[in-house]
Design a protein around this ligand. Structure first.
Ligand code: 4AD
Ligand code: MG
Length: 430
């Protein structure tokens, strides 16, 4: 962070800003911890007799004060809690007008309720900050990987006329004279774009009216969505998924060492390819463990978790389940010749689905037939269907849940820990 003077190569003074999270007196020394964007706090040690002026400025400041200081990295780093600086100037920008409602310097509060309510303030704490710094890294890595691999970033509408992921989880909005919905997924639009781009991606919110309070669902979550054309089969798409996730994990391992240490997370390097389980195989494995599973429905949360445990015993933290039955999927997945199974996959990480994807039906007639079979009206999807008339190549893609990925990478217990402002069944503020 120390900036070098223009053309001189000499270390100039750094100006660093943040909030006082802790003050302690050790004999005649005042220790001030300041947290800014850096995950580790800055530490100033001011001696009453030596640094008289600075001491007089800092001594009366309350926890929570917003300050900037100029200084140099201390030649001797003695603090275990942060990075020590020798300050030459302190400027006060704002003082709190009330006591802080949460303890920033201590342990993160045990109550998730408190953490969710005050995350914006608690993010002054290194632990909370580390999670969100890593979140930035995850998205940065995703963009980096996808750009390197020829994907073009796109943005698709979030107010839509038709949903792709089932009517039960659509949020309605009044759009002038007509009813519209908040987008559950960019599914229809990203597929339409495969009529003019070879590969696209979008980093996007998903809005879903999930009525249940679980540790793995949000009503507003984020996804890394990709769609890739000119594929030879679903295998191409699974390779993109496993390489993308491995790239993200590697990026975080290399660039976020401090944050991982603060969180006490050991993030092992991933080595794709990951195991591909046929859906029928997953059913057999679960049944052999005495778990009841249907052959025609999606796996329940409990079955998914159990499968995670069984796979973990075999040293598979990540794996695909591929070939879901048509009765369990959305209309747009390509069906096998038998019409029973599809080319849909789930990508699971430690017993949690982090992504769903697959090869799509790109043949116009078959797509119209699929809509009808799912009880949907092709007329409602006309804008989408039209894109399949003018040379739509075989394609596939997936949606990767950002919070679910972070949750599993960092061993968080609740998905709400991985997003700054939570939208769930009971929360619409802050
Ligand atoms: O599995 P989903 O519903 O699949 C789709 O949206 C497809 N359009 C993807 C595709 O390209 N075929 O959602 C994708 C992922 C899930 O695996 C999950 O990680 C995350 O998005 N996700 C949620 N995360 C938290 N809360 C919710 N309510 C989520 N809904 C989906
Ligand atoms: Mg899914």
């Amino acid at each position: 962070m120390i900036k070098r003077g223009l053309n001189t190569g000499v270390l100039a003074l750094a100006k660093l800003c943040g909030w006082i999270i802790r003050k302690a007196r050790v004999g005649k020394v005042l220790i001030v911890e300041v947290c800014g964007n850096n995950s580790k706090p800055y530490v100033l040690a001011l001696k009453e007799d030596r640094d008289r002026e600075l001491y007089a400025v800092a001594e009366p400041l309350d926890i929570g004060s917003a300050i900037c200081f100029e200084g140099e990295l201390a030649s001797e780093q003695r603090s275990k809690r942060g990075i020590e600086y020798v300050a030459t100037r302190i400027e006060v920008y704002a003082k709190p007008i009330e006591h802080l409602p949460v303890d920033i310097a201590g342990k993160v509060p045990a109550l998730l309720e408190t953490r969710i309510k005050y995350r914006w303030l608690l993010a002054r704490n290194p632990v909370e900050k580390a999670i969100f710094k890593i979140r930035t890294g995850v998205l940065k890595a995703a963009r980096e990987y996808l750009e390197k691999n020829g994907f073009v970033e796109v943005q698709t509408p979030k107010i839509v006329a038709a949903g792709a992921e089932g009517g039960a989880t659509l949020f309605k909005v009044q759009y002038f004279e007509r009813e519209a919905y908040l987008s559950q997924s960019p599914q229809l639009y990203k597929q339409m774009l495969i009529s003019s781009f070879e590969r696209v991606y979008e980093i996007t919110p998903y809005f879903r009216a999930e009525k249940f309070n679980t540790t793995r669902h949000l009503n507003e979550s984020w996804g890394i969505d990709i769609e890739q054309g000119f594929i030879n089969g679903v295998e191409d798409v699974m390779q993109t998924a496993e390489n993308l996730v491995s790239y993200i994990v590697d990026f975080v391992r290399i660039n976020y060492k401090d944050e991982l240490e603060i969180l006490g997370v050991n993030l092992p390097k991933l080595t794709p390819p990951f195991r591909r389980l046929k859906f029928t195989e997953a059913v057999d494995i679960l049944r052999s463990e005495g778990i009841e599973v249907s052959e025609v429905e999606d796996l329940s949360d409990a079955a998914e978790k159990k499968l995670g445990e069984i796979m973990a015993e075999k040293k598979h933290d990540l794996y695909f389940i591929v070939g879901f039955p048509w009765t369990s999927t959305a209309f747009y997945y390509m069906r096998e010749e038998d019409k029973v199974y599809t080319r849909k996959f789930d990508f699971d990480y430690k017993g949690l689905e982090i992504a769903s994807g697959g090869q799509r039906e790109h043949r116009y007639d078959k797509l119209v037939e699929a809509l009808r079979e799912k009880g949907l009206n092709p007329a409602d999807f006309e804008f989408y269907l039209e894109a399949f008339k003018y040379g739509m190549p075989p394609h596939g893609g997936f949606g990767l849940g950002v919070e679910r990925l972070i949750m599993k990478m960092l061993n968080l217990e609740n998905i709400r820990e991985a997003i700054m402002f939570v939208r769930d069944r009971t929360r619409i503020t802050p």
